[in-house]
Design a protein around this ligand. Structure first.
Ligand SMILES: [Zn+2]
Length: 234
């Protein structure tokens, strides 16, 4: 069936596959793992250590690739149009965008946009590039799927909104209900409620205050009783 490739593409390119349309990568990784293990008779510890070594090596190679892409860029991506993308997305992605831009060099008008490239690769298609060029704009990082970013973008953290603290409701009778002849005390209390940073007393502290008051009242009563007794004796 000579058309099978075109038929499959027509369906597959509606979805984001980022260029992975064959299983050769998974097969390649499987082959690499098998060549690292070498034998099929190793114990679990041996297998674990070899897989760990393989992953470490792949991670190092990946980091090296990122560093290379940050330093060098393809010659098709030179120019102010790419200034926001250089050092931020992979050279492979830059090359793909360059290919799309190259389509504009053809004097013939572009065919209608099917969105297939945009949807399947997460990159700017020739039609988008043409629009941006007409509007005198440059490529933005948001125009590219995060898969192609060299480093993950740090999320923008919202700073907490700082507001004035809520005025605490003090315990006891409201200051507005205090007797009118205590104007000085009332004014002082009002000032304190508005400006004081003293916290409300805990339950055990309130019990302590009550006990001290009761002890003071008892002492006054004892003194009064003793004085009355002395007067009676006289
Ligand atoms: Zn297009």
């Amino acid at each position: 069936m000579p058309w099978k490739r075109l038929l499959v593409r027509a369906y597959v390119d509606h979805y984001l596959h980022l260029g992975n349309t064959v299983t050769s990568r998974a097969e390649g990784s499987h082959s690499q793992l098998k060549s690292t293990l070498r034998v099929s008779t190793g114990d679990l510890k041996n297998v674990f250590e070899k897989i760990e070594l393989l992953l470490d090596r792949q991670h190092t190679e990946h980091e090296g690739g990122i560093a290379r892409d940050q330093i060098r860029s393809p010659h098709t991506a030179r120019g102010p149009l790419y200034c926001q993308l250089l050092g931020r997305i992979s050279n492979f992605a830059l090359g793909k965008i360059g290919e799309q831009q190259h389509r504009l060099a053809n004097p013939a008008p572009l065919p209608a946009c099917t969105m297939a490239f945009r949807h399947s690769m997460g990159l700017l298609c020739a039609h988008q590039i043409q629009e941006l060029l007409q509007q005198n704009q440059v490529f933005q990082l948001d125009d590219v799927h995060q898969h192609w970013y060299l480093k993950p973008q740090t999320p923008v953290t919202m700073q907490p909104l700082v507001l004035d603290p809520v005025v605490a409701q003090t315990r006891g009778r409201p200051t507005a209900l205090k007797p009118k002849n205590c104007s000085f005390t009332h004014a002082a209390n009002t000032r304190q409620a508005a400006s004081s940073t003293r916290r409300d007393a805990s339950a055990f502290e309130q019990v302590g205050v009550r006990t001290r008051r009761q002890a003071a009242a008892a002492a006054v009563e004892t003194r009064r009783t003793a004085r009355d007794r002395r007067n009676c004796d006289v």
